[in-house]
Design a protein around this ligand. Sequence first.
Ligand code: WQD
Length: 340
Amino acid sequence: MAKILVTGGTGFIGSHTVVELHNAGHEVILVDNFANSSPKILDQLEVITGKKFEFEELDLCEEAKVKAFVAAHPEITGVIHFAAYKAVGESVQHPLKYYKNNFFSLINLLNAFDSKIDFVFSSSCTVYGQPDTLPVTESAAVKKAESPYGNTKQIAEEILTETCAVSPELFVTSLRYFNPVGAHESALIGELPIGVPQNLVPFITQSAIGKRGAITVHGADYNTPDGSAIRDYIHVVDLAKAHVAAIKRLESKAAASNYEVFNLGTGKGSSVLEVIQAFESSTGEKLNYAIGPRREGDVEQVYGDVTKSAEGLGWTAALDLSEMMRSAWNWEKYLKENPF
Ligand code: WQD
């Protein structure tokens, strides 16, 4: 039976993608080393889907173990590769940790499959930096990343492009995420930040639940309608569904070439102050926030042109900012009663 390997399958986006792959009828096998997730997510996935997923604890930096795992699972016909470190600030402090982990895991996987596999790669809009024109399309220039994290995404795309150029049986789809937020409607899985959240939405929900103090809006002097920075926030469930569409495109051999790139966003930009407003109006919770200085490395505004994804993947985001905020808040309330 054909099987899809999900690396980082107990992570934020990985776990939501496992649910949607299951809902679409795929057999799934997960690997994770729990560097940025909890084993409890496996139980949660079983409650949500009724299925106990095949799982192996595996550090993808261990080349021999990756080769042995892949050799033991010839039924794997596709890979969705989420497993990577992703904290922008931490990557600045520990660049070698990020370069080793994010490149060794990718290269070990490609070698173990002998570059003969359908491979969906978790990339990021961070590769665009501050785009010259908005909304940003997949053909926009990739700019020098602001952080080692962003650089690992850019270089990983180059590794994949160059490997595909000499590996006709390697089919890669790089998905450039904008800002994934929200949680599954069951509130049983969601984002599990380690330490103080660097990202806006988990900080908002932790502030609202009393785990953190006031929110600092990082800059209100940008050249935007309300002065705060603009991003393209996308519901993690919409993002998960796009991965199912990407696997389907690869399985049906519909890809125009063996290396393709798609933006995964809503095509709509929202400012920090608009996100705060959306959280308050959709949850009824009052937020405590103050304007502070800009954050080093932030771009002023970025949101995606998602025409190519609509045409190539037959996918568009369906859930709005209010549902993103409501689901994130429900997950935070669940965590308060059921700490991981
Ligand atoms: C969004 C906006 C902040 C916190 C990064 C990576 C991206 C992806 C998501 C991994 C910015 C502002 C934030 C706060 C604030 N990484 N903000 N107060 O930086 O757009 O994207 O994380 O998946 O690849 O680049 O996301 O949520 O950190 O920030 O005002 O307490 O919210 O300045 O304008 P970002 P973010």
